[in-house]
Design a protein around this ligand. Structure first.
Ligand code: HEM
Length: 411
């Protein structure tokens, strides 16, 4: 059965689409009529069996693919994009060194090591410092006499500070790391005028920085996460290259995602005043999860089929790309009552904003939830009367649901 509501040539990964809106009506139509659908793409990179991907839009199917890495590999890159636009073979080879793009057993080995840095204890240890940061960030924004951009003034800073605190990047190096990671994530949007070369160069610089950090700690162990991950060479530790790629991954995975969750969350609160009042009054512990469901900052990721298999009644062939549309799954009425309602008391809220629950499930989830809680706590205390000044300006991207500017005013 084909889906009549989807015009010919419609592609969920066309960056011009997310630039303007999240295609919720099209997702709803696919979930109803053709929940696993082949989306052809313009001819591009050689080596793939076919140009295009399966769009997976139902909650249950997204979860199924995520939890079956033996059928659906992460190895051939998880960022779902139009290959013809950006990616070269070399870039794909380098991406295999990133945790997100590994398969078991390699993934299992590296994940077990890096998890040591993300224990509940490790995250709790950051809480008071991050709370102080969050309050200082919001106080800085409050000092503005007129309208200001919530993204640059509030949402950008805490995610980067959190990663820097976690890894123990010295204060004097932070602005360089922040600049590199911001440059690396923005290349799909021409407004930033960031070329692939500049993005690649930033990646190289972060790698070199992190590798030298690892080498230092091997020489002089300290009481920090770097030491815990790299100190003694061997089975249970990362080598310097692996550590470098891990830091590179954090600089991307933990930066833009959380920034966009915070920005969308603020926008959702200011366009749903009843929810903002409720939040300010009761500070429900469920709010951060609903913000992530509502925003779904990572709109989609992809897998590649390792063998011929069935999915949603379709025959998926070995080598086919499969797009996991978290933004669609998070609006699936089979799972969420009134999915189009922003409800910060929603409970349970088994959303897939942090992934579909498989081995790649977001490593930084507790840190992200903590950051969102801390920022909104600080905004509710210091800027309770915040109001919107104009519509959000959205990011041009194939898979990030991003906002680059959100004008607000405290007065
Ligand atoms: C993986 C979303 C914040 C580190 C992921 C995945 C998603 C995601 C969708 C892929 C899951 C999968 O493929 O099954 C988010 C969102 C965030 C957020 C929406 C903020 C609201 C963070 C933060 C960090 C982080 C703060 C770390 C500082 C990672 C890492 C992975 C990952 C390392 C790869 C895990 C693996 O491959 O084993 N995240 N993330 N994320 N995230 Fe997050």
């Amino acid at each position: 059965m084909s889906c009549p509501a989807l015009p010919d040539g419609f592609d969920f990964t066309d960056p011009d689409l997310l630039h303007h809106r999240v295609p919720l009506p099209e997702f709803a139509e696919l979930r109803r009529a053709e929940p696993v659908r082949w989306i052809p793409q313009p001819a591009g990179l050689a080596g793939f069996q076919d140009e295009g991907y399966w769009a997976v839009t139902r909650y249950a199917d997204v979860k199924y693919v995520s939890t079956h890495p033996e059928l659906f590999s992460s190895y051939l890159n998880t960022a779902i994009i139009r290959f013809s636009e950006h990616i070269e073979r070399d870039a794909i080879d380098a991406q295999r060194l990133i945790l997100l793009n590994m398969d078991p057993p390699e993934h299992t080995r590296v994940r077990q090591i890096v998890q040591r840095g993300f224990t509940p204890r490790a995250i709790r240890a950051l809480e008071e410092r991050l709370r102080t940061r969050a309050r200082a960030i919001v106080a800085g924004a409050r000092a503005h006499p007129g309208p200001f951009d919530f993204v640059t003034e509030v949402a950008c800073e805490l995610p980067l500070q959190a990663i820097a605190e976690l890894i123990g990047i010295p204060q004097e190096d932070r602005s360089r790391i922040f600049d590199w990671s911001n440059r690396m994530i923005a290349y799909d949007d021409p407004e930033y005028a960031i070329t692939e070369e500049v993005g690649a160069q930033s990646a190289t610089e972060i790698l070199a920085y992190a590798m030298s950090m690892a080498a230092d700690r091997k020489q002089c162990p300290a009481q920090d996460i770097v030491t815990r991950l790299v100190a003694a060479e061997g089975e249970g530790n990362l080598n310097s290259d692996e550590f470098g790629f891990f830091v590179l991954m954090l600089a991307v995975a933990g930066n833009e995602t959380t920034r966009n969750a915070i920005t969308h969350g603020m926008h959702a609160f200011l366009t749903h005043p009843d929810q903002w009042e409720l939040y300010k009054r009761e500070r429900p512990a469920t709010a951060a999860e609903e913000i992530v469901r509502w925003a779904t900052p990572v709109a989609a990721f992809q897998r590649t089929a390792t063998q011929d298999t069935e999915l949603g009644g379709k025959h998926v062939r070995k080598g086919d790309r499969v797009g996991l549309f978290y933004a669609s799954a998070n609006h699936d009425p089979e799972v969420f009552d009134e999915p189009g309602t922003f409800d910060v008391t929603r409970d349970p809220n088994p959303h897939l904003g942090f992934g579909g629950g498989g081995p790649h499930y977001c490593l930084g989830k507790s840190l992200a939830v903590l950051e969102i809680d801390l920022i909104f706590d600080a905004v509710a205390d210091a800027l309770p009367g915040l109001r919107l000044v104009g519509a959000p300006r959205r990011l041009r991207s194939a898979w990030i649901n991003g906002v680059k500017e959100l004008r607000v005013s405290a007065v």
